[in-house]
Design a protein around this ligand. Structure first.
Ligand code: GDP
Ligand code: ZN
Length: 308
């Protein structure tokens, strides 16, 4: 075994099963093999690696502590970790398919619980004539709550530079319902994305990795420092996992803010007297629709399991 001083720092840029690629501090990319079976690296992980006896492949020795993780609700309600160390979650909606704002709210709550910025992108700006009023009202409400909103179109390049600017010097991920244009946005942001995925499948001799691999692509940002976009087909329209009811409460910023004024410190904003959240709905500080999202998510999540 190499002595610790021979370990170097790296960043995971592709992960599939027990293999993947990492970027060294010097800027070179290597395929890696895992040192131990217990290691489960994901894109965005900071790692320590060492040289193998032969060849170009390196040995992944250990994972560094993660700042945050993106978790999907996996089989049997268990959490799957899909990416680590994110700064921004880009949530895409469009005039078509009809937006599911409960899903949007869940993605926003995920971003909040991870300490990430949530950016809401309304793609297919060229189809704005097909928008219904409620979508515009929801976009205005998200902006009012303080979220960055971007109007984009991959047909005429509207807003693409705003999307890349949101990734400047940061790591992000694109999520949203199927059909809103996430793949098209990835191709607009990263001209080489499709090529990178093709190379990956050639390199491993196993085409199926193209569907399971998650990859991190560098995104050029005008004159600014480039950013990173993590992409994986399994992530694009994932259902978020919440491990703690408090993450749900903190995930709705206007509810979280109002909660300071609730009579009970542990108010769940359901049937308690003196609830400032309920009062906030009356005064329009909190929309009924956002409150309904909160309530639905709250009831959906296994309360017994989440009780502190
Ligand atoms: P994904 O499922 O979210 O990855 O969506 P895709 O990128 O596969 O796009 C779904 C469909 O929407 C495709 O037919 C795209 O050509 C179309 N699409 C994507 N972006 C736009 C856009 O900005 N405007 C219009 N009109 N169609 C778009
Ligand atoms: Zn309350």
């Amino acid at each position: 075994m190499s002595p610790p001083e021979h370990f170097s720092d790296g960043l995971i840029t592709a992960a599939y099963g027990k293999r993947g690629r990492l970027l060294t501090a010097e800027g070179t990319e290597h395929r890696f093999l895992l040192k131990g079976r217990k290691l489960k690296p994901v894109c965005g992980d900071r790692v320590r690696w060492s040289k193998a006896a032969t060849g170009d492949t390196v040995i992944l020795e250990s994972l560094q502590e993660r700042q945050n993780i993106l978790q999907r609700s996996g089989r049997k309600g268990k959490a799957d970790v899909m990416a680590a160390n994110l700064n921004v979650v880009l949530i895409v909606i469009a005039a078509q398919p009809k937006p599911d704002f409960f899903l949007t709210d869940r993605y926003i709550a995920t971003a909040e619980s991870m300490g990430c910025e949530a950016v809401i992108i309304r793609n297919k700006a060229d189809l704005s004539h097909k928008l219904d009023d409620s979508t515009e009202a929801e976009m205005r409400n998200y902006a009012k709550l303080g979220y960055r909103t971007i109007l984009s179109s991959t047909k005429d390049n509207t807003g693409i530079s705003d999307v890349s600017a949101a990734l400047q010097a940061r790591t992000g991920i694109l999520v949203g319902q199927s059909g809103v244009g996430k793949s098209s946005l990835i191709n607009a942001l990263i001209p080489t994305a499709a090529v990178a995925v093709a190379e990956l499948s050639v390199g491993t001799q196993e085409g199926r990795h193209t569907t399971t691999a998650s990859m991190m692509h560098s995104v050029a940002v005008g004159d600014g420092e480039s950013g990173w976009l993590i992409d994986s087909p399994g992530v694009r329209d994932f259902l978020p996992y919440f491990g703690d009811i408090r993450d749900i409460q903190a995930g709705f910023i206007e509810i979280h803010k109002a909660a300071d004024e609730c009579r009970f410190a542990n108010c769940q904003h359901m049937r308690e007297p003196g609830c400032a959240v309920k009062a906030g709905i009356e005064t329009d500080a909190i929309t009924q629709r956002r409150y309904d999202s909160y309530k639905r998510l709250y009831h959906m999540t296994d309360e017994a399991k989440l009780a502190p």
